[in-house]
Design a protein around this ligand. Structure first.
Ligand code: DUC
Ligand code: ZN
Ligand code: ZN
Length: 473
């Protein structure tokens, strides 16, 4: 593959920004050069066959979304994006790596769940992909499988304190999985909600006739997230295992996480754009059945209670380490509609794999985070957290040439018929206006998106065997 020079832009990384040209050789970054740099008297850039003009733009690492659910089976249906459609949408939005969740449901063999995920993804992905493994309960076989999977590059395991009978693990099971993770160097990811209490609240709400989507939120109150977060941290502390809590939405839960981090426990938290921008009152409380679009778990939280602003604050102070999407799209027609008249039957999930980089950039525009923190949250830390550092999330010699040219003077109007490439019949982000634009997306040296045109293809994306988390080495 030819040499490419991305010239004239400002390279933004987690520790700073500088006017630099990026020289790409084949699939990798060869060098970052000061404009006009002559190393040892050799003009390294002179031989570039292709020049991409990034004047006035930011040049950042391709974004890493470490939490997606392509084709997730849920509530009698499947998430509507396949690996083909979902990774294409990811590419459009500047995400060049996803880490999806292979699924073992209660009663299935872990290895069978993983094999099914490999089959779904192989030859389909437009961008590189890896897997975490969901454990739908923990028994002796699952514990053995954890060792096998770590050797295969699957170094993180998601457990659920919610969804009894589907994905749920009880405290004893969690304890055993954490002991195993401590011993084999893997990372436990936790869906921290008290599912046993939630199921009672859901039953009581339905019995009262409270069936609208809004009650999905009120039956998963912040106390159920905070309690589970606290319990998960205590079990991690007891076992000496590291812990990563996914999709945090309640400010009280993050406060608990922050206290544990102050005590130097190896516990980390992630949030998602929906918890930073959307709310119980405005979205879940939309008239009629419309709120179903935003039924996800953990749920959107009350703006009156100040969750959103406080989550932004936790992104600034470092209590929260990562922003992922928890991309789990369902169409309104025939999918979300399974819950007409009973919110508990609405499949849980929001699609957003395409929009995370833009949505978080709007946080830069509004002065909520710096542009360096934007890159850290969306690109660098997720790569480091999940054992992809060196290759992904960074622009440095030897790293994969996954590059986004981002125009801070551009504009993006999110919505159906505008910037929507996900396989859904609605956008959870309809009408959001972003003061920035993903101009060009490169994956391992290949331009996937440029000048509003898509040049990617299924099968370009490679499977990524991951190492241990850089935060645990
Ligand atoms: N939460 C969701 O909203 N969807 C899928 C699974 C989950 O934990
Ligand atoms: Zn979850
Ligand atoms: Zn999820």
């Amino acid at each position: 593959m030819a040499h490419t020079l991305i010239r004239g832009g400002t390279v933004v990384g987690p520790t700073g920004s500088a006017e630099m040209d990026v020289l790409v050789d084949g699939e990798q970054v060869a060098a970052l050069l000061r404009p006009g740099d002559m190393r040892l008297g050799v003009d390294l850039a002179a031989g570039a066959e292709r020049v991409i003009d990034a004047t006035g733009k930011y040049v950042i690492p391709g974004a890493v979304d470490c939490h997606t659910h392509m084709e997730l089976p849920f509530g009698g249906t499947h998430a509507s994006d396949t690996f083909e459609t979902g990774t294409r949408a990811a590419a459009w939005g500047g995400t060049t790596t996803i880490v999806d969740f292979a699924v073992q449901r209660t009663g299935e063999r872990v290895q069978d769940g993983l094999a099914a995920w490999h089959e779904k993804a192989a030859g389909q992905c437009a961008v590189d992909y890896g897997f975490h493994q969901i454990l739908g309960g923990v028994d002796d076989d699952a514990l053995k499988a954890m060792d096998e999977l770590v050797a295969e590059g699957i170094t993180s395991f998601k457990l659920f304190m919610a969804y009894p009978g589907v994905f749920y693990s009880d405290d004893g099971q969690i304890l055993r999985a954490m002991q195993k993770a401590r011993d084999n160097g893997s990372l436990i990811m936790m869906h921290a909600e008290n599912g046993i209490a939630i199921d009672v609240l859901v039953r009581q709400a339905l019995d009262r006739g409270d069936t609208a989507p809004f009650f999905h939120g009120t039956t998963r109150p912040w106390e159920t997230e905070e309690e589970a977060t606290h319990r998960a941290i205590m079990l991690a502390r007891l076992t000496g295992a590291p812990l990563y809590i996914v999709h945090m939405s309640a400010r009280q839960a993050v406060a608990t996480l922050a206290r544990a981090r102050e005590e130097d426990l190896p516990v980390y938290g992630e949030t998602c754009p929906q918890y930073l921008y959307l709310s119980l009152e405005e979205q879940l409380g939309a008239p009629g059945f419309e709120g179903a679009k935003w039924v996800c778990s953990t749920p959107l939280r009350s703006r009156a209670q100040g969750h959103q602003d406080e989550l932004w604050q936790y992104l600034r102070t470092g209590a929260l380490s990562v922003v992922s999407t928890d991309h789990c799209p369902f169409c309104l027609k025939e999918q979300k509609e399974l819950g007409l008249g009973d919110f508990s039957k609405i499949p849980n999930g929001i699609g957003g794999v395409e929009h995370r980089l833009d949505l978080l950039y709007q946080g830069v525009v509004e002065g909520r985070i710096t542009r360096e923190r934007w890159v850290e949250l969306c690109c660098t830390t997720p790569a480091r957290m999940f054992g992809l550092d060196g290759r992904k999330g960074v622009l440095a010699p030897g790293a994969d040439a996954d590059v986004v040219v981002y125009d801070p003077a551009g504009h993006t109007s999110i919505g159906l018929g505008k910037t929507h490439h996900m396989n859904m019949d609605h956008s959870a982000w309809e009408g959001f206006e972003i003061d920035g634009h993903v101009d060009l997306v490169m994956s391992r040296g290949r331009v996937l998106v440029a000048d509003g045109e898509y040049h990617g293809s299924p099968g370009h994306g490679n499977y990524l065997r991951r190492g241990p988390s850089a935060y645990l080495r």
